[in-house]
Design a protein around this ligand. Structure first.
Ligand code: ADP
Ligand code: ZN
Ligand code: ZN
Length: 733
């Protein structure tokens, strides 16, 4: 009897063997329901073997193999294997995590919901069926066989026209392996033909150049970085590339960061590609919607798949192009469980399929910038705004050391808001609200306490008047005076933001103020309503956080005020500066998009900080170079590769003991640095105490082989009351 090796959603890095009555190689990639302990669970067949290493009496039999949908392709399984190897996460969990919820359940996919759009075709086995074995009185079966043999393809609605009972018969035949669903793209040329009728802007010279360069290399793998200032028309470049992909009958995967962006981009795509099938995959879908989209992608019927990070695991038999918009965005990295980077997996998929992947951004991540610099990625620039006469906004700093702010608002900002309101234009007050740990700062010279061993900023622990490094664990007492200027009045910096909205209401009682945060967009369609009211000028002042910074066009927005950004300059997180710069560039990019000139005012105590200087000049490269130099000296990514062993338990001592033991079970091999365990930035979360241990190396290969070896040892070490996970290429500490 054949033995199936099955991936199951259990935290053990192994496949499970089961006996199957009838099965062969072709079943690899199918789902299968098996007994596991006292339960029934569903997994995916990864191998079909002649025998097992287990003694036969230990093997159980499968309950059923699901033949309701086509098996997962070899490419998709290879992606799962890579993901499991690279992130050191059990293969079964990776596979099951990548599937829509309905495919993880113990039930077959209902033909009604899952296959609404399917077309069926007889398999070889189906063709060989002897019609005389079908009872003559079963006319429906005969009709179906005849239609399938003559017409080749049968859509489910046509089957239903033959008889309401036809669907059930098709389902049985699927189970028997007589039928398969068909993947074919018919509309590609129609899509192309339709283009001319829509109003499509003429490309700017920079856009044309970018499109021409990438399309000239369309059948190769290359990682392209589309580095374009805000408003430079990156979307139009994507649209042209997708047109090209459609014309060649290929599917395009578009990954985007935020759920709030999906409806707008989807609308743009639908307008441009009115006959193409566009599938949008994001967390706002219910299980059935997600499944239908996934199946359309798998059958090759969906031309464009637009989705957030999880969409990177969508099966795409004709994948021809991948686009990752806002590639620097942190949301591409999953922050719990399987901590994968969708951007990096997208690059793996592009390489696997030998197709181009385009990473678009106004402010590429430092890793990406570095990869361009060393020639691994190829960069295309859009240096100008696409709309004629739309200039980048003026950025100015308001020196808060000279101001007496009223509830956080400086006089120049209040004046600017007033002027803006008088002209009946909109303004946006952006509050940088990320909670960073307080750092020690000298208000007279700007000195801040840094760790001598790793140049990260020390975190203030007020109770015991100590400073600690959350990177290496170093501890020291507060200095009595500033080591740079002697000032004795040192302050812990980084308190909460004032209630800006109230202050604005008090200042501008007749203005219509709209506050936007995570809560206010939670309801379905809330975000669209908000955008509509902004567009219809029903709002005068917008108050909000990072959410507002991303890719929206606000044509009447003339002023952006930035508050509280200084705290990120002195964060303990070495990526904080990079993130702040990205956010400010994006938020500044909201202003002056069309014919209204834009102005950005940043309230700061440090107007001469290099980050603000770069912002004033809209100069990404200067800042990137300076951050890169810092990172090189400090030995931070992209000059090293990192992995974080994260652990949590009910008491900190347990976590620290576990991490201490983890540190000691291996001798650090040459080229690998293992740091001491330290409490996590957010030490206590949901009642659990958390800590981590950093491992890094200049060689990715060395780090990977160390992690493989280490993980095996860690499994032996695991105690039930400590949970741990490896975070490869962590972006948050
Ligand atoms: P980005 O994503 O680079 O910030 P967008 O793609 O949002 O920029 O484009 C900014 C604006 O420029 C949009 O309103 C878009 O319609 C317009 N646009 C893009 N390309 C062109 C073009 N070639 N000619 C005229 N307008 C364009
Ligand atoms: Zn000082
Ligand atoms: Zn340190």
């Amino acid at each position: 009897m054949p033995v199936l090796r099955v991936a199951l959603n259990v935290p053990l890095d192994t496949l499970f063997d089961y006996l199957a009555g009838e099965s062969d190689e072709n079943d690899v990639g199918l789902r299968v329901c098996v007994p596991f302990g006292t339960k029934k669970v569903t997994g995916v067949i990864l191998e079909v073997c002649a025998s097992s290493n287990l003694p036969p009496e230990k093997l159980k039999s499968v309950i059923s193999i699901f033949r309701d949908i086509s098996p997962l392709s070899g490419e998709l399984l290879a992606l799962f294997r890579f993901c499991s190897d690279y992130y050191h996460h059990p293969l079964g969990m990776v596979v099951m995590n990548g599937l829509p919820g309905k495919l993880r359940s113990n039930k077959p996919v209902s033909i009604e919901t899952g296959m609404r759009q399917a077309r069926f075709k007889l398999t070889e086995a189906g063709r060989r069926v002897d019609l005389s074995t079908i009872p003559a009185r079963n006319t429906v079966m005969h009709r179906l066989q005849v239609v399938l043999r003559n017409e080749q393809l049968l859509a489910i609605r046509d089957a239903r026209d033959i008889s309401p009972r036809a669907v059930k018969i098709l389902k049985d035949w699927m189970q028997k392996g007589w039928l398969e669903t068909v993947t074919e793209i018919h509309e590609a040329h129609e899509v192309h033909g339709e283009l001319a009728e829509k109003s499509v802007p003429e490309l700017t010279p920079e856009q044309s150049e970018a499109v021409a360069t990438i399309t000239a290399q369309f059948n190769h793998f290359d990682t392209w970085v589309l580095h374009g200032v805000t408003g430079s028309g990156k979307t139009e470049v994507y649209l042209r590339l997708i047109t090209k992909a459609l014309a060649g009958g290929a599917q395009t995967l578009v990954l985007i960061p935020e759920i709030s962006l999906t409806p707008q981009l989807e609308a743009v795509f639908r307008e441009r590609f009115s006959t193409a099938r566009i599938v949008s995959l994001h967390s706002g879908l219910n299980d059935t919607e997600r499944l239908i989209g996934w199946l359309q992608a798998q059958r090759g019927e969906a031309h464009i798949i637009l989705g957030t990070r999880l969409a990177v695991f969508t099966p795409l038999p004709r994948l021809g192009l991948i686009i990752v918009d806002e590639e620097q965005d942190g949301s591409f990295k999953q922050q719990d469980g399987l901590r994968y980077s969708a951007r990096d997996l997208a690059i793996f998929r592009a390489k696997q399929m030998q197709i181009p992947v385009v990473l678009g951004s106004a402010t590429p991540s430092l890793e990406t910038y570095y990869n361009v610099k060393i020639g691994r990625y190829r960069c295309l620039h859009l240096r100008n705004r696409a709309v004629k006469d739309a200039a980048l906004p003026e950025v100015e700093c308001i020196d808060m050391r000279l101001e007496k702010p009223v509830n956080g608002l400086s006089a120049p900002l209040i004046r600017a808001i007033r002027k803006c309101l008088e002209q009946q234009l909109q303004c946006l007050i952006f509050i940088n609200r990320r909670g960073y740990a307080p750092v020690l700062l000298c208000p007279s010279c700007g000195w801040s306490a840094v760790c001598q061993r790793c140049s990260s900023r020390l975190v203030v622990h007020l109770q015991d008047k100590r400073l600690s490094c959350h990177h290496c664990g170093h501890l020291e007492y507060f200095p009595l005076a500033c080591p740079q200027c002697g000032n004795q009045d040192m302050i812990p910096f980084g308190r909460g933001t004032q209630r800006i909205e109230e202050a604005l209401e008090a200042q501008f009682p007749s203005a219509r103020i709209l506050r936007i945060d995570r809560d206010s967009i939670r309801r379905k369609n809330a975000w669209q309503m908000i955008l509509r009211s902004i567009h219809h000028r029903e709002v005068d002042i917008l108050v909000g956080t990072q959410l507002l910074a991303k890719g929206h066009d606000f044509p009447y927005l003339a002023l952006v005020g930035v508050l509280g950004s200084d705290r990120s300059l002195f964060s303990t997180d070495f990526r904080a500066g990079e993130r702040l710069f990205t956010q400010l560039i994006q938020v500044a990019g909201r202003a002056g998009r069309a014919t209204v000139a834009g102005r950005v005012l940043v309230q700061t105590d440090f107007p001469n900080h290099p980050l603000y200087q770069a912002l004033r000049q809209h100069d990404y490269n200067v800042l990137a170079e300076s951050i890169l130099t810092e990172r090189k000296t400090a030995g931070f990514p992209p000059f090293v590769y990192q992995a974080l062993l994260r652990a949590e338990a009910h008491s900190l001592s347990k976590v620290m003991n576990f991490l201490g033991a983890a540190q000691n079970i291996v001798k650090s091999p040459p080229g690998i640095e293992i740091f001491d365990p330290v409490p996590a930035h957010m030490m206590r979360l949901r009642g659990m105490e958390r800590a981590h241990l950093l491992v890094q190396s200049r060689s990715r290969r060395k780090l990977q082989s160390f992690l493989t070896h280490w993980c095996e040892q860690l499994s032996d070490l695991t105690k039930s009351d400590v949970r741990w996970i490896l975070d490869v290429d962590p972006i948050e500490f």
